[in-house]
Design a protein around this ligand. Structure first.
Ligand code: G1P
Length: 300
């Protein structure tokens, strides 16, 4: 991969979000809010911060809410303008900042994450690009995880996969890598396998939903047959990429919340509330009260 700056980011958002039914009957899981912004907005902001100006959303034909959210809301903007609500108007307008464009590609069939990424092939063309899974929300006070990875990819010319250690018994929920020795935050990946059982997992270093990938991945995805869960896995195409080009595991700075699970979404909400300018104090008081009341109950 050449040391090009990434400009395009792919967001696979075609999943059914069955874990959050019944809410996800009508609201895509990417639209579930942490405080007042939907999950997808956090991922989009991270991509823009990393330098991306072209955002490619891989959706299914039922998910209009994501496209509507990034579309211009003429009536709402007019109303806010007339009412002199300039602060709210800015919030609505800056869902996408000027100069950033959103492109929507429909994934006709839910054939897996690898297939979803392959749907972006024509829009991406022959340049390195990012993939962000909005379920994985990464909180950091400094540069976002993707910006860290984009800088590292540009400096080294390697593809980058975000990783973090997970409990050994959890390997079956993740892509798992085996690497050479780490140099700082990076280690060259020797092997990668999708959702291995703990008995056969090569390590407990798990893939988190941030990738900077060489466009070579598209040719490899085209040749990838269904793998774990009967799906076309991005992990399997990355395994093929390892034989041709350097791919590095990247230990990002930041805290990752798995917002694809109930507890992860709750944890993220609490963390963002505790770090929020206006909500921090009332949130802390409320939590102390709630814990106190439940503590009393536990002793009953
Ligand atoms: C996907 C990837 C997996 C990765 C995970 C991170 O799995 O296939 O390799 O570890 O995202 O969140 P999913 O959670 O979509 O099953």
């Amino acid at each position: 991969m050449t040391s090009q700056r990434i400009r395009k980011a792919v967001f696979p958002v075609a999943g059914l979000g069955t874990r959050f039914l019944p809410a996800t009957k009508t609201v895509p899981k990417e639209m579930l809010p942490i405080i007042d912004r939907p999950l997808i907005q956090y991922a989009v902001d991270e991509a823009i911060e990393a330098g991306c100006d072209t955002l490619v959303f891989i959706t299914n034909r039922y998910k209009h809410a994501v496209a509507d959210y990034f579309d211009k809301a003429y009536e709402l903007e007019q109303k806010l303008e007339r009412a002199g609500k300039t602060e709210q108007l800015e919030l609505v307008r800056h869902v996408l900042p000027p100069g950033v464009r959103a492109i929507f590609v429909t994934q006709a069939e839910a054939l897996g994450l690898g297939h979803a990424v392959l749907c972006a092939k024509e829009v991406i063309g022959n340049e390195p690009f990012a993939v962000l899974l909005p379920d994985d929300l990464i909180w950091n006070r400094g540069a976002g995880a993707l910006k860290q990875m984009a800088d590292a990819a540009q400096a080294s010319g390697a593809s980058m996969i975000a990783v973090q250690n997970v409990p050994h018994e959890a390997t079956g929920s993740y892509g798992i890598v085996a690497t050479e020795a780490f140099d700082g935050r990076q280690g060259r990946i020797k092997a990668i396998v999708e959702k291995p059982k703990p008995e056969v997992a090569p390590s407990n270093l798990a893939v988190v939903g941030r990738y900077v990938l060489s466009p070579r991945i598209f040719g490899l995805l085209e040749a990838t047959r269904p793998g774990a869960g009967g799906e076309i896995q991005l992990t399997d195409a990355i395994a093929a990429l390892l034989a041709e080009q350097p791919v590095h595991a990247y230990r990002f700075q930041g805290t990752r919340f798995d917002c694809g699970t109930h507890i992860g979404l709750i944890e993220a909400t609490i963390r963002y509330a505790l770090d929020h300018e206006k909500l921090s104090d009332p949130a802390r008081d409320m939590m102390q009260r709630a814990l106190g009341e439940l503590g009393v109950k536990d002793q009953d």
